[in-house]
Design a protein around this ligand. Structure first.
Ligand code: HEM
Length: 394
């Protein structure tokens, strides 16, 4: 089968859904060139995405991946902080995930509910008239929650937000290098502080956890703390922002949800599916040739799995371009799938439900303020979220 080729550039990122519809119809994989020099194979159909996310022939091993980037290619893997769990394969991954699971439990998350409600209410107290929802709610809520969870002092939050944004969002290689160094020094000193003054926070828990005598080493601890801080912030901000965007663009669905707030958990799943906060799952590579629906991806190729595309696949979801907060639950890929399935999914869902529930309860209408044409998606293929979202609260 002939394979198409595409450039993943600004135009693509600005309006990806229509392009993905064409790509899914054209074939199972597309050869893709990313700005920054990276080339690989883009997977766009739900069934292939799900199968490849659990295929052990697709590796995430950072050390090998680093040797595969052509010279001059921009990549954020250069930072030592990225030698974390998400960039490992079994058995290393299995061991790290088991240890972190002991610190990050369902009970830890459930206990956070009253605190998340309080933080949300305080943020909403300052919101009236026309507000930028990204700036007033979507960004501050997850950064406060994750910093409190991990024991990062309030005074250091703003700085951390800047580093996380540069490492995961939209930044030049120089900005990434500076942010990486600063974040590394910060997390190292945070851990040192927790070693001497342990508290009721997750960094202290991670220092304490052990499995049959096995513990996280100093470097593993630093990278794990960084992964938790960084992975939980921009992604959750985009869940809140993209959900509000969906509601202002679909007033009928806003009315349905206002009339029946018990639909909220269902609605959050639908928002995750409809405007997925993570665009492309983190990069993987083939350790041997892999056939996808009759097309061979050669060994040692990068593979990019588009969660955004998979979640709008007609073969998996009825009428996927329609937002329907009453849609019967059906697993979408917003949190990935397989061994790297998002560790923070229960926390993200809880934050999403509380933020949207409280915002709807305090207003009678949410409408977009200004020209919809001025909304801009972030120039990143990793995350899918807006820079600004001006909304009128009534
Ligand atoms: C992994 C999405 C929130 C921590 C992942 C993956 C996705 C994802 C797609 C898998 C990436 C891959 O396989 O390449 C999201 C979304 C979120 C969110 C959409 C918000 C709506 C969070 C939060 C935390 C978190 C709040 C932490 C507190 C992690 C970690 C991993 C991960 C640690 C790596 C798991 C592993 O390698 O075993 N997330 N995430 N995420 N996420 Fe999330």
């Amino acid at each position: 089968m002939a394979v198409g080729s595409i450039r993943v550039n600004r135009d693509f990122i600005a309006e990806p859904h229509a392009i993905y519809e064409r790509l899914r119809a054209a074939g199972p994989v597309t050869h893709a060139q990313f700005s920054g020099g990276l080339e690989g194979w883009l997977v766009t159909r739900y069934a292939d995405a799900r199968a490849l996310l659990t295929d052990p022939r697709l590796s995430k091993d950072r050390a090998t991946a680093l040797t595969m980037f052509p010279p001059g290619t921009e990549n954020s893997y250069a930072s030592p902080l990225t030698a974390h769990m998400l960039n490992t394969d079994p058995p290393v991954h299995t061991r790290l995930r088991k240890l972190v699971n002991k610190a990050f439990t369902a009970r830890t998350v459930a206990r956070l509910r009253p605190r998340i409600e309080k933080i949300t209410d305080e943020l909403l107290d300052d919101m009236s008239g026309v507000v930028d929802v990204m700036d007033a709610l979507a960004f501050p809520l997850p950064i406060i929650v994750i910093c409190e969870l991990l024991g990062v002092p309030a005074a250091d939050r703003t700085e951390f937000r800047g580093w996380a944004h540069r490492l995961f969002g939209d930044a030049t290689p120089e900005q990434i290098a500076v942010a990486s160094e600063a974040a590394s020094a910060y997390v190292t000193s945070l851990i040192e502080d927790k070693r001497t003054n342990p508290g009721e926070d997750m960094v202290s828990d991670l220092i304490r956890v052990s499995d049959d005598g096995d513990r996280l080493s100093g470097t593993e601890l630093r990278n794990m703390a960084f992964l938790l801080l960084a992975a939980g912030f921009e992604t959750t901000a985009n869940l809140v922002g993209n959900s509000v965007l969906a509601l202002v663009r679909h007033p009928d669905q806003q009315a349905v949800l206002r009339a029946d707030p018990t639909l909220l958990p269902n609605a959050v799943e639908e928002f995750l599916r409809f405007e997925c906060p993570v665009h492309i799952a983190t990069v993987r590579f083939t350790t041997e040739p892999v056939w996808v629906d009759g097309v061979q991806i050669p060994a040692n190729s990068f593979v990019m799995i588009s969660l955004l595309s998979a979640n709008r696949d007609h073969d998996r979801f009825d009428d996927p371009y329609r937002l329907d907060v009453t849609r019967p639950l059906s697993p979408n890929l917003a949190f990935g799938y397989g061994i790297h399935h998002c560790l923070g999914a229960p926390l993200a869902r809880l934050e999403g439900e509380i933020a949207l529930g409280r915002l709807l309860a305090r207003t009678t209408a949410l409408t977009l303020d200004g020209d919809p044409e001025t909304l801009r998606w972030q120039r990143s293929v990793l995350v899918h979220g807006l820079y600004r979202l001006p909304v009128r609260l009534t």
